[in-house]
Design a protein around this ligand. Sequence first.
Ligand code: SAH
Ligand code: CA
Length: 249
Amino acid sequence: MAANNGEEQQQNQLIGHQDLAHKSLLQSDALYQYILETSVFPREHESLKELREMTEKHPRNLMATPPDEGQLLRMLIKLINAKNTMEIGVYTGYSLLSTALALPEDGKILALDVNREYYELGLPIIEKAGVAHKIDFREGPALPLLDELLEDENNKGTFDFIFVDADKDNYINYHKRVIELVKVGGLIGFDNTLWFGSMVAAPDAPMMDFVKHYRGYVIELNKYLAHDSRIEICQLPVGDGITLCRRII
Ligand code: SAH
Ligand code: CA
């Protein structure tokens, strides 16, 4: 920080700017580093580390799931004994590999993303980790793929865990579909539900355009989830905020 000139400091205060010290909403950089170094990195699988370091060099690295959140996903998947899972929004695969490593040998992940090239950046590392056989990757916009799944009654109520981490403007549309695909007692995780903390930013706070653009959709989703009686919810401030939804009916 001390080396920053005024202009750089101003840039770094721009909500959503790539040069933020980290993606966590924790206000103390030092405390976040402490969590990573004490509890997360010593437990991070070598392939996850490799995937994370590879992704750090990619221009869209801001999208990647942070390692502490990957650890949370692995814990959740094991706690609920998940076997049949889905991920909407793969990018280079940090959350995907976290899920794949936590699942049992016969576990499955249906992985949806519009961009196969991103997925293929991480695929050699996922293969090396020996878990690629658990992944069924489908390229394309997720919404029509979900509608296709819902056409077959046999798919309804069959997923133990669904992680939603793609286009935020479709989150409510995803919710309307994944709620039917997840089983009663199963879990949906919506990622980035605190959206860089932008929902409580001052009206004149400087904000990256993409943050401003999706902010309203995330606010709408949060209100929607809070009033949906089909689920129990838990909003966690891990990463950029993750809302866990347990289907109850
Ligand atoms: N879970 C990932 C991060 C996902 S980033 C990780 O752990 O790193 C969001 C992803 O959503 C991007 O890869 C983008 O290509 C994808 N995406 C955007 N719009 C989409 C859509 N309509 N359908 C499916 N995927 C989409
Ligand atoms: Ca995310």
